[in-house]
Design a protein around this ligand. Structure first.
Ligand code: MG
Length: 267
């Protein structure tokens, strides 16, 4: 979860000003800030923690933070009386789902929860698939710490979801542009996480592609956290940029998952 939020914050200043390099400096730009990806990630966590109706949780958090770069159609859903889904396959389905990957004990449970949070807005098959592929990658990377290689995880996701994960980050980068769909973001984000050497390297991969940098960063960061953990120094930079209500939800969700929030650890 904190990995996704770190990716959102780090990528936030490059959404409309593509970096197209991994060597952007500093890692946390002075204007780096949380965006809609973070607000909805916290909303998912809040719903999981307190058994809140997902629609009510999303609308509550949206109204707390109304100026966070919400997409047009989603903003209409969020700030109107509408509660029905609208057939979206936008990458918003995947950027908010990492808390499920943190607490779900099995792939079956992760998929059920992923669908529960996704279908309230992104009920297009590609939207449901994008979120499910993301939580699958998170769980396989968690498990993969001891049993699966990256190549095995890549194969499982290609077979399970029909994504093409054959290209490297360097091969994707030159032709990649702004794309807000799941199918144009999730495979690239998974590649960024699986190809990386550590957490920071994964987020640098994501931002280097250009495009929807904060959301690429969020999806990649959630998966990279499962592979590598989030270094204390990065977690601390995240904490400094989050309001108290978000910090409390974050700490509570890690406690629920049976682990310390990375800004509360010693390394
Ligand atoms: Mg955003």
């Amino acid at each position: 979860m904190i990995g996704a939020i770190a990716g959102d914050i780090i990528g936030s200043v490059y959404e409309f000003d593509p970096a197209k390099t991994k060597d952007f400096q500093p890692l946390f730009h002075p204007r780096a800030h949380f965006t809609d990806d973070t607000v909805l990630t916290v909303a998912v966590a809040d719903s999981l923690l307190h058994d809140r109706d997902p629609v009510a949780a999303f609308k509550d958090w949206g109204h707390r933070y109304p100026d966070c770069g919400w997409g047009g159609t989603f903003a209409y859903w969020l700030f109107s009386d509408r509660t029905e889904p609208y057939g979206s396959f936008g990458n918003g389905a995947a950027m908010r789902i990492s808390p499920v990957g943190l607490v779900a004990g099995s792939l079956d449970r992760a998929h059920a929860l992923s669908d529960r949070f996704t279908r309230i807005t992104h009920d297009h098959p590609e939207g449901l698939k994008g979120a499910a592929a993301t939580v699958t990658a998170i769980l396989l990377c968690r498990k993969g710490k001891s049993t699966l290689t990256c190549e095995e995880i890549r194969c499982l996701i290609e077979v399970g979801y029909g994504y093409d994960l054959s290209r490297s980050v360097a091969q994707i980068r030159p032709g990649y542009g702004f794309d807000e769909t799941c199918q144009g973001t999730v495979p690239e984000a998974i590649t960024c996480a699986l190809e990386a050497s550590d957490f920071e390297d994964a987020v640098r991969n994501a931002v280097s592609l250009g495009g929807d940098a904060d959301t690429l960063g969020a999806i990649t960061g959630g998966i990279a956290e499962a592979r590598f953990g989030v270094p204390r120094v990065i977690a601390e930079e995240v904490r400094k940029r989050l309001p108290q209500d978000m910090q409390e939800i974050m700490e509570a969700l890690y406690e629920r998952a049976g682990t310390a929030c990375p800004w509360q650890t010693s390394t």
